[in-house]
Design a binder for this molecule. Sequence first.
Ligand code: SAM
Length: 274
Amino acid sequence: MTVIEEPQDASHILSGEANGRIWGGRAADWADIQEPQCAAAYHAVFDKVPVGSATRLLDAGCGAGMALRLAADLGAEIAGIDASEGLLDVARSRLPGTRLEQGDLEILPFEDDGFDVVTGFNSFQYAADRVAALREARRVVKPGGKVFIMTWGEPGSMQATALVAALKPLLPPPPPGAGGPFGLSEPGKLEELATAAGLAPREVFDVDSPWTYPDLETAQRGLGSSGVAFKAAETSGQAALDVAHEAALAPFVQPDGSYRIGATFRILMAEKTG
Ligand SMILES: C[S@@+](CC[C@H](N)C(=O)[O-])C[C@H]1O[C@@H](n2cnc3c(N)ncnc32)[C@H](O)[C@@H]1O
């Protein structure tokens, strides 16, 4: 997944509206090509709980709903929230009858203590105020319930770092003090964030989830469907985005013309203790 963290906004304007627009720009490509590249991470989290028929699960930043679909297939009672109407449209088609709210991670429209598990698969890092978003996750999970926060793995040991870096020259300069894409990947950072929100960090684990594409065109569409890539195309043009992706993908081409890029996600399991 091509993810660059949105800058932390010192004036604390909610990020949902702006993020919802860019993440919904290429919703079908995200749902068809890029979202499935994270499936290993979804499964690892659901195995850790484990998720089953007694689990009430909220996916915060649910996007197109693949993780929720998997949780529902395991028997969980599910709900989701995301800022992007475009991605939610896909989620609604996959999950008819499910409560799927359009809104901001910092203001969850759910009651206190209503869930056993809250997941944030590459979502909490986009909130303008991450601590506020996690306080909301803490509020809606029951005492003893778990909150999972997923972000990038450590950049030094991951091939996907090259794909993330390829977007940087195409984006507007970040505001001063903005966190980089891997700001939460450093050891201790996820625990620090969870603790600031009143959650007790329990376990950090890494999940390998390599990205695979059958050909260059599919890789460009998948990588080009993230909100950050959408913003890069708006800023620098689609042609520049495609050229940057083609160059960054070149080292990862396989003899049959397909692509395989090593990607790792880091996940913190935190608990609401009281
Ligand atoms: C990297 S995508 C991950 C989506 C999904 N969890 C997945 O694994 O495919 C980030 C998601 O966070 C959502 N998002 C970003 N900022 C948000 C905010 N402030 N409130 C709600 N959703 C937000 C985006 O709309 C997008 O769906």
